[in-house]
Design a protein around this ligand. Sequence first.
Ligand SMILES: Cc1cc2nc3c(=O)[nH]c(=O)nc-3n(C[C@H](O)[C@H](O)[C@H](O)COP(=O)(O)O)c2cc1C
Length: 209
Amino acid sequence: MNYLESLRNRYSVKKFDKDKTVSSDLIANILEAAKLSASSLGLQPYEIIIVQSAEMKEKLVPAFYNPSQISTCSHLIVLVSKNTIGEEYIGKYFSHISQTREIPLESLNPFKQSISSHIEKLSPEEVMAWADKQCYIVLGNLMFAAALENVDTCPMEGFSPEKISQVLEIDASTEKVAVTLALGYRSEEDQFQKLKKVRKPNDKLFKFI
Ligand SMILES: Cc1cc2nc3c(=O)[nH]c(=O)nc-3n(C[C@H](O)[C@H](O)[C@H](O)COP(=O)(O)O)c2cc1C
C-alpha cells in the first residue's frame, strides 16, 4: 500500500476487535514516529503516556463521552502538554543538544537566550496552549504511522480531562491532557468502515495563488 492508500483506508474507528492486540514491535515503530515529530523550538513540551493494561483502560472508560473505543482498543495513547517550560527545562534541553551534537554548551548561548526570552514572555496558559499545538503534530504523526503499519486508530477529544488526570495522576497545575489516540484493529461489526469519506472538494479546500 502506498501512503495515500493507507490514508484512504484509515478511518476513525468506533469499535475495535477486542481480541486483537497491536504487537509491541508495531507500537515501538509508531512511537518512534511520535519521537521524531517536529516541535516548536525542538522543546517537545509534552509527555506521551501509553496505556496498555486492561485494568487501566477500564478505569479510563468513564472519562470518555463515547467510550466504545476505550473499552475495545488495544492501546490508548494520552498526549499530555506541559507548561513547565522554564529556565531549568530549557537548560536541560541545551545540555542535551550539547552532548548529542558534541558541541560546547557556551556556543549555544545566543540560541538559548533567544528561546528563554521568548518563553518568559508567555503566561502559563499561553505556554499550555502552545504545548497543546505541539501535541497535535504528534497526534498526526502517530495516526499516519499507524495507518502505514495497518494499525487502526481513533483520535479522541471527547473526554473529561479532569477524570483522565485523576486516573493517571496528572498534576493539573503543570500538565494537561491535550488529546488521546486509541489504537487497535477495527471490528468487523463497526459500520463506520463502510461509510464514504466526507471531505471538501479541492476547490473549496485548496487555494493556489
Ligand atoms: C482532534 C480530533 C478529535 C476527535 N475526537 C473524536 C472523539 O472524541 N470521538 C470520536 O468518535 N471521533 C473523534 N474524532 C474523529 C473525527 O470525528 C473524524 O476524524 C472525522 O469525522 C473524519 O472522519 P475519519 O477520521 O473517519 O476520516 C476526532 C478527530 C480529531 C482529529
